[in-house]
Design a protein around this ligand. Structure first.
Ligand SMILES: Cc1cc2nc3c(=O)[nH]c(=O)nc-3n(C[C@H](O)[C@H](O)[C@H](O)COP(=O)(O)O)c2cc1C
Length: 461
């Protein structure tokens, strides 16, 4: 079985959230070692050399991002660390499990990361709907405070840290790092222009690093097991022995390869949906057929969204051979994104899938910029027109035009204020329309669904 249990090792134990249980399993030893035996830059270098990339969507090199933070913050200009636990991307539910059932793994990770980044105040931004996770996190922070793992002079060192858990109000846009900071500051969650980047001007205008829950949870394991162990999982292979070649190999990891594991949230038409942790590079075929038991009702596979609803779906012939890693999915015309794998069987009506996706982004566009506000609405209305039997053949090109052009104000390619514009356009133009245009044409020509024995209920929307 390609499934491994590192970050998810203890999530099935209902007592794991308690401090005594976590301690009995060796938790906080990595934090003690880091704070008492390692220099902050040693940890930053370890994280950079590991090649660990952001698990929240963009896949940026974590160590490289950490390297941009000031080394000598002052009380007037402190550094901040924010853990992004907003997790609102449809199809993604791995952060939620980690904070609900193993919150001390994250707290320990934050203690180590904050030490490395010279941070005295770290914040966890928790999705509004995650009430249970929010309560579990607060309890865990309180327990850590009582044990002296959070607070003044941790492990007898000069390092002090406070952790604040903040619950959002439930808006997808607040997962975007700059909107998240606006929301934390008490404003309406709207994205900010970049540059300046958060490492320079972030929360309250101060240098800030924002990382996903899963990204951070890797850090204690890295301290405990070291680089070779982390490299041994993933697509990079073994490092060369010759020093210069080895240095070049390490340098390229964070941008060109994928190391460690990834928790994939699998939903849709599989027999055993759920969260699964696999080594980077595991094939989608193994994930669907070996780990998740195959397609429900033993139907055939039609398509897969590999990284949450904003990533383009890939059809069966591509999906069966692709490896779940950053660079391999990119080469296949899609992305690992947030690791939300949505599986569609051969009975799936793809235009209806696209309609559901378009509806989500139309509702969640914050409205700050015109291309996204208008474009998401246009995409939704055009697909709706097609699946309700009112479509015209020209509408297909019109959808493409909205994504790519929109009267010069295109949604994609960073022309929207933040990547929500891309997130709304990509799954339609590079997924649904790219591989299943014939299904949209079928709707337009025959005014009924291209799949299933029953005629579609035209006009039911
Ligand atoms: C619209 C939108 C929503 C996002 N939602 C999340 C989210 O819920 N969780 C998350 O970790 N990253 C989310 N991101 C990505 C963050 O902006 C940011 O890149 C990430 O938190 C950085 O952490 P990482 O480098 O550890 O992945 C979102 C991005 C966009 C554009």
């Amino acid at each position: 079985m390609p499934e491994v249990k590192i970050l998810r090792k203890w999530v099935h134990d209902p007592e794991q959230h308690r401090m005594e249980v976590a301690l009995s399993r060796g938790y906080y030893q990595a934090a003690r070692q880091a704070l008492t035996e390692m220099k902050p830059d040693e940890i930053i270098n370890l994280v950079r050399d590991s090649g660990v990339r952001g698990r929240g969507g963009a896949g940026a090199s974590c160590g490289m991002k950490w390297g941009f933070m000031p080394k000598e913050p002052t009380p007037q200009r402190p550094n901040y660390l924010i853990c992004n636990c907003d997790e609102s991307e449809p199809g993604t539910f791995s952060n939620r499990e980690l904070v609900e059932y193993d919150p001390h793994q994250l707290i320990e990770a934050i203690v180590i990361s904050a030490y490395a980044l010279r941070v005295r105040t770290a914040l966890i931004y928790c999705r509004g709907e995650f009430l249970f996770g929010y309560e579990r996190l607060n309890e865990a922070v309180q327990e850590a405070r009582e044990r002296g793992f959070v607070g003044e002079k941790i492990f007898g060192t000069d390092f002090s840290l406070d952790i604040i858990v903040h619950r959002g109000a439930g808006a997808y846009i607040c997962g975007e790092e700059t909107a998240l900071m606006d929301s934390l500051e008490g404003k309406r969650g709207h994205p900010r222009a970049k540059p300046p980047f958060p490492a320079n001007v972030g929360l309250y205008g101060m240098p800030t690093t924002i990382n996903n829950v899963e990204t951070l949870c890797n850090i204690p394991h890295l301290i405990n097991h070291g680089l070779e162990w982390f490299w041994s999982m993933g697509t990079a292979g073994a490092p060369p022995e010759e020093p210069q070649a080895r240095a070049n190999w390490i340098k390229s990891l964070g941008t060109r390869k994928s190391t460690g594991t990834k928790i994939l949230s699998v939903s849709g038409h599989v027999k055993r949906p759920g969260n699964y942790e696999v080594v980077m590079g595991t094939s989608l075929r193994e994930l669907i057929y070996d780990v998740c038991g195959g397609i429900c009702g033993d139907h055939d596979l039609k398509a897969v969204i590999p990284g949450g609803s904003s990533m383009p779906m890939i059809p069966k012939p591509i999906a069966m051979d692709v490896q779940m890693a950053f660079e391999t999915l990119q080469a296949a015309g899609t992305a690992l994104g947030s690791g939300g794998v949505i599986v569609f069987d051969d009975q799936t009506d793809i235009p209806q899938v696209c309609l559901a996706i378009a509806r989500f982004y139309k509702n969640e566009s914050c409205g700050k910029c015109v291309p996204c506000r208008i474009g998401t609405d246009w995409i939704y209305k055009l697909i709706q027109r097609i699946v309700t039997g009112q479509g015209r053949m020209e509408d297909i090109e019109l959808i493409r035009d909205v994504c790519i052009n929109l009267g010069g104000e295109r949604m994609m390619d960073s022309r929207s204020y933040c990547p929500l514009g891309d997130a709304a356009a990509w799954p339609i133009i590079w997924g649904g329309l790219k591989y299943f245009q014939h299904e949209f044409e079928h709707y337009i020509r025959y005014r009924r669904s291209p799949v299933g024995a029953e005629p579609a209920l035209v006009g039911a929307h």
